[in-house]
Design a protein around this ligand. Sequence first.
Ligand SMILES: [Fe+2]
Ligand SMILES: [Fe+2]
Length: 179
Amino acid sequence: MLSIIHNDHANMSLLLKLLRKKIQLLEKDEEIDYRLIKTIITYLRNYSDKYHHPMEDLIYDYYIKYRVVSDEVAMRLSQEHKAIKKVTVELDELLDMILLDAIVPKEQCIEKLRNFVELQSAHLAYEEQEILPLIKDSLSADDWSNLEKQWQHDEYKDPLFGENVSDQYRTLARRIKQV
Ligand SMILES: [Fe+2]
Ligand SMILES: [Fe+2]
């Protein structure tokens, strides 16, 4: 499970890197392809919100329940996924408006994108540098086998980073290779 999470994080970093480039272009007043950003957000909504975060939540809940964890850490872990989800939905709605040719001030778009990238990056760094090392040190092989048993999701075939890239994500997959 931990290796899946680490792998997801590496993939997400690539998407965040691509988004940062788009923000830079917007700041320089250059045109960007909003559909590509929409595709990234669609992927994150379908993958992170439905698979990656639930897997982490299962591990974190277990860790909080069976180990001594400070209130601050427990609180942060339970709130950040919710905050990310909210910001992701808001950004997705803004992108829909832009794609429907509604007039959206560019500054508003830059701010929402920046906010999203910062929140995601800070969360990812917190997990990779602080939380996951702690969990790795503290959970035993038995704990992990318990967690594996509790993880009831069907196997997920990643449509972007997996073996078979779905049509919807072809262009994005190509762009990621150039990052
Ligand atoms: Fe997370
Ligand atoms: Fe994560």
